[in-house]
Design a protein. Structure first.
Length: 66
């Protein structure tokens, strides 16, 4: 479950970041672009990518029960 959350955060954050950096005018399907003011879009996207990466990295260190 943690891997899924991590991947969703990375995809949402990375996509939203690219959306803003490439100058797209539509928020598309990126959640943070719909719910936050434009001044926070880039920062929120970066935080989402970093949080997702952290979830994915910490999830790899745990052993699954057999």
């Amino acid at each position: 479950m943690g891997e899924l959350i991590g991947m969703l955060l990375v995809v949402q954050g990375g996509g939203g970041l690219l959306n803003r950096l490439l100058g797209a005018t539509s928020p598309s399907w990126f959640v943070q672009l719909h719910v936050l003011p434009p001044s926070l879009h880039v920062a929120a996207s970066v935080v989402m990518v970093l949080a997702g990466a952290a979830v994915l990295v910490t999830g790899r260190g745990r052993k699954r029960p057999e």
